[in-house]
Design a protein around this ligand. Structure first.
Ligand code: GDP
Length: 296
């Protein structure tokens, strides 16, 4: 799948076959193409810079082997570095805590939080045989709590009964209490989003966190988030302290550069990806696949 970068690098570097080591100048020319490919894939600029610096260190002075074209060699170095930066494969949601384990979903409005809450709850219920309670803490959008209730009905997962007028922190407290009384293994809190990050949102998330003491805090983000991905991930991580990432809309046309951006600035694992609107459209994260896709 990454022929295109290889093609681009081929014309620049392939004259070098069998000529010894890659020089600084050869590598600089190749890295211009790598940079372009990463920016086209929506990787944030500062992450592209760090990434190309790392690749430069590895590539300069590399022996140009007779058996492999220099373009291919640089693509391999780039690919390996991408996989390393994207992190480990199949990092599961950590439920290793006393019941009920609290999982808090955070992110901007429209990122796919509610859908992902339903997908995770359905999977834990159906595949892992856990007793799950979902609660919507979104008191800003009138339909939000009802949306989660319907998802619960559709997937056979229990939702916290809606009591109009309660604050998000009060709902969080009630959810944890209900899960304790109900003998639930897991309680998933679906928080409210905003169209962009603002102070009241961060304060609300911090308050919910304090009240519910979540074991996992998953930042849900649209894979099509471009340059904003860095800001988004950094803000949520600094202010709320995320434990992992979920990227949604990976079924779309985007190349998924946000995965690299968000992983790079937070160091937190990408735990799952959303690949559609249906409740079973949830997959494990495979760094190699995403690396192929980013390289295009
Ligand atoms: P929230 O505001 O963050 O809770 O976002 P929602 O969960 O309501 O999702 C917003 C829209 O995105 C809905 O129409 C979902 O069906 C859709 N959506 C969520 N995840 C995915 C995904 O992985 N792929 C696609 N194609 N659509 C998704």
């Amino acid at each position: 799948m990454f022929e295109s970068l290889q093609d681009r690098l081929g014309s620049i570097l392939n004259g070098l076959t069998g000529r010894g080591a890659l020089s600084d100048k050869d590598v600089s020319a190749a890295l211009r193409e790598v940079r372009r490919a990463l920016l086209e894939a929506d990787v944030a600029l500062e992450v592209v810079r760090d990434f190309t610096d790392k690749v430069r260190e590895k590539a300069v002075g590399s022996e140009v082997l007779k058996s492999i074209k220099p373009g291919q060699m640089v693509v391999k170095i780039v690919h390996d570095e991408l996989v390393e930066m994207l992190g480990s494969e199949g990092v599961a949601i950590d439920l290793n805590a006393p019941s009920p384990v609290v999982v808090m979903m955070v992110g901007l409005q429209g990122s796919g939080k509610t859908t992902t809450t339903g997908k995770i709850a359905a999977r834990l219920t159906q595949r892992d045989r856990r007793k799950v309670l979902m609660a919507s803490l979104d008191t800003r959008r009138p339909a939000a709590q009802e949306q989660l209730r319907q998802i619960g009905e559709q997937t056979g997962v229990e939702t916290l009964p809606i009591i109009p007028g309660q604050s998000p922190t009060d709902i969080a407290g009630r959810a944890v209490q209900a899960a304790k009384l109900g003998g639930h293994d897991v309680v998933i809190l679906d928080t409210a989003g905003r169209t962009h990050i603002d102070e009241p949102l961060m304060v609300e998330m911090a308050n919910i966190r304090q009240k519910a003491n979540p074991h996992e805090i998953l930042l849900v983000a649209d894979a099509l988030t471009g340059q904003d991905a860095v800001n988004l991930a950094r803000n949520f991580d600094d202010r709320v302290g995320i434990t992992g990432l979920v990227l949604t809309r990976m079924d779309g046309d985007g190349r998924g550069g946000a995965a690299l951006s968000m992983r790079a600035v937070t160091g937190k694992p990408i735990k799952l990806i959303g690949v559609g609107e249906k409740m079973d459209a949830l997959e494990e994260f495979h760094p190699k696949r995403i690396a192929d896709r980013i390289l295009g």
